[in-house]
Design a protein around this ligand. Structure first.
Ligand SMILES: Nc1ncnc2c1ncn2[C@@H]1O[C@H](COP(=O)(O)OP(=O)(O)OP(=O)(O)O)[C@@H](O)[C@H]1O
Length: 641
């Protein structure tokens, strides 16, 4: 059953290669599979001719024809192998390319990121990715070609049986049966070996992670500062040994089995040869007997080889495992939407007349296996066009709140509405067109600066005028002026002509990405700690621009820096999974609640610290009258303050 399922999966994978390519490959492989029985016959005749010629002292020229036939078969085998190699490579590459695109499509589909955080899904992705770095031995492409070769071998088995039938028909069942049984055992052993190999995947992944850390400049800093080199190499060695141990044990167990299987095929083969060579069981006499015995031996070996003694079996079984993981993955993840037809125009988003009134209505949410929900019947309103600041201690749930707002998680209870319509009903794609979000852990694409910004609206053709305006919003112009190729500079040191940016400069790029999205039609801008890396002057300028020019969008700002937050139209405090305070800065300070307490702590600190940098301007009051890296932050114990 497994064999049939695996064969079906491999055949399915092969369909992603070009049909003419596959057809030629099949022809060549069938031809190649027929060569072992053909060479058995040619060799038998050559040996028979030699046997006949030696006692009579006949001229060696009598060997010319059978020798030529034998050499031709060998040469043809070489030609077939040479022709198969590039075609097999091409077919493998095509199948693997299609497979990787499928896995990426599966992982990227789906409206929420919750499934991707499921450890079982991650394990399936690792198995399905067919990435040798992920401890996957063989790819679907390699498996599909190996499967093709195995299928071609069946033709070779038929040819071998014909040769046997020609010289000693009674040997056909006698050799075929153990060959099939042996093939079955070898398939089972291959499946076991692959399973054992995969057991080492966890250790292999750990080994890989530490190895990457050892070779990356980012971790390299820490490794050198803290003298972690020896510790790291010992860890890598330990994981390598842990990954290899089950494989060693399995190989050791396989040795006696291998010996048994050798007997299974060796005994009938040698017996059959001996019977034919001895002239028993109706075998021909004289030189013909030598021909028959040699042909029987060579054809028998060819049959056994075709039915089990090849690496192809292990490759095919291993690759089929990867395809099975892909099927399981597809069952756990939502189906990806079909790609738009080539050349189809992306729908131009129409900016709504005004930003939506967004409401969290009794929203509760908890992460799997968490002891308490992060949000607990939370009610919150984001009013059209307002600048709303969300503050709270570390771990209060601010980032979780915006992930729910973006539909990256679904509420366990309650709903989030836009102008009264549940965002689940609007649909993630349509809803997200209205959003521009800067996450705390924003993505640094290793692409030119321009692409890093226009990806804010990746579904639309880039607009250079909007690009420049967005750069202005984020204060990016001076950074661009210093880049060697301006917008075209790759933002990756590893790329030719590329540079890496500082943390603050990256933050400006990502802010520009979000502003680009707003200028292209998004009407809800969400910023999660957007200025944490910015120097005080840049933060002040960027934030002022954001506050005064929202471009018709509502803005939700999450920040620990109360100097930034205080300019918001409204500030809400998230505590214990709910909004516990809401109002303007002055209202909240007057209320003398938790916000006032946090603000007082920061203000006090600033009042007692000497000024170390440029002033941020007169409008910012006690919390921002001094500057430098210690700009006020909202957290108290364990916070950034
Ligand atoms: N993907 C996740 N899986 C499980 N738990 C998570 C996940 N993300 C966050 N949490 C937990 O949820 C809680 C809220 O985290 P969240 O990041 O929303 O807080 P936050 O208010 O943004 O914190 P900070 O101010 O430190 O950025 C924390 O206890 C955190 O450990």
């Amino acid at each position: 059953m497994t064999i049939l399922t695996d064969a079906r999966l491999l055949a399915g994978a092969l369909r992603t290669a070009r049909a003419p390519l596959t057809a030629v490959l099949v022809l060549l492989l069938v031809l190649g599979a027929l060569l072992p029985p053909a060479s058995a016959v040619a060799m038998a005749h050559l040996v028979g001719r030699i046997q006949a010629a030696v006692p009579t002292g006949a001229a060696l020229s009598v060997l010319a024809l059978p020798l030529l036939a034998f050499v031709l078969v060998l040469l043809l085998g070489h030609v077939v192998d040479t022709a198969v190699a590039p075609l097999a490579f091409l077919a493998t590459a095509r199948v693997d390319g299609a497979h990787r695109a499928r896995v990426a499509g599966l992982a990227a589909a789906g409206e929420t990121i919750a499934p991707l955080e499921d450890p079982q899904v991650q394990a399936l992705i690792r198995a399905a990715r067919a990435d040798p770095e992920n401890w996957t031995e063989h790819t679907p492409g390699a498996g599909a070609v190996a499967g093709l070769r195995l299928a071609g071998n069946l033709v070779g088995v038929a040819g071998g049986c014909l040769v046997l039938a020609r010289y000693a028909g009674w040997l056909v069942p006698l050799l075929l049966l153990p060959a099939v049984v042996n093939g079955f055992f070898r398939q089972r052993d291959a499946a076991r070996a692959v399973a054992v190999w995969r057991e080492g995947a966890v250790a292999g992944a750990r080994q890989q992670r530490w190895q990457d850390a050892a070779t990356s400049p980012a971790e390299g800093k820490d490794i050198r500062i803290y003298g972690l080199g020896d510790w790291l190499t010992r860890r890598i060695r330990r994981h390598a040994l842990a990954g290899d141990a089950p494989v060693w044990a399995s190989l050791a167990r396989a040795i006696p089995r291998e010996a048994g299987q050798l007997l299974l095929v060796g005994v009938p083969l040698v017996t059959g040869y001996a019977v034919v060579a001895a002239g028993a069981a109706g075998a021909p006499a004289g030189p013909d007997r030598v021909v028959a015995a040699t042909a029987v031996l060579a054809a028998g070996v060819a049959i056994f080889q075709a039915l089990g003694w090849s690496e192809d079996l292990r490759v095919a079984v291993s690759a089929a495992g990867c395809l099975r993981a892909t099927v399981d993955l597809a069952e756990r993840l939502p189906a990806p939407a079909p790609l738009p037809a080539a050349g189809a125009d992306p729908a131009t988003p129409v900016r709504p007349a005004r930003p939506a009134l967004v409401r969290f209505e009794g929203v509760s949410f908890g992460y799997p296996n968490a002891r308490r929900p992060v949000l607990d019947h939370l009610d919150l309103e984001i009013r059209p066009g307002e600048l709303l600041a969300v503050v709270g201690l570390n771990g209060a749930g601010k980032s979780t709140l915006i992930k729910l707002l973006a539909g990256l998680y679904e509420p366990d209870e309650g709903r989030i509405t836009a102008d009264g319509v549940d965002i689940a009903t609007i649909g993630a794609t349509a809803w997200r067109r209205r959003l521009a979000i800067v996450f705390q852990d924003f993505v640094r694409y290793h692409l030119p600066a321009r692409d890093n910004v226009v990806l804010g609206r990746g579904d639309q053709p880039p607009d250079p005028a909007v690009l420049d305006a967005a750069a202005g919003d984020a204060g990016l112009a001076p950074v661009l002026a210093r880049l060697p190729a301006g917008w075209d500079t790759p933002l990756a040191r590893t790329a030719t002509g590329g540079v890496d940016l500082s943390g603050g400069q990256w933050q400006q790029v990502v802010l520009a990405r979000a502003r680009y999205a707003v200028r292209m039609g998004a009407d809800l801008l969400v910023l999660d700690e957007p200025t944490a890396h910015l120097d005080v002057r840049t933060e002040f300028e960027v934030f002022n621009r954001l506050a005064t020019n929202r471009g018709g969008a509502s803005v939700v700002l999450i920040s620990h820096r109360l100097s930034t937050v205080r300019q918001a139209d409204r500030i809400v405090l998230l505590d214990g999974g709910r909004i516990t305070e809401s109002g303007s800065h002055d209202e909240l300070v007057a209320r003398r609640g938790r916000y006032a307490e946090l603000f007082a702590i920061q203000a006090r600190r600033f009042a007692t610290e000497p000024a170390t940098g440029p002033a941020t301007g007169p409008a910012t009051g006690p919390a921002t009258t001094t500057a430098g890296s210690g700009a006020p932050t909202a957290t108290t114990s364990g916070g950034h303050g």
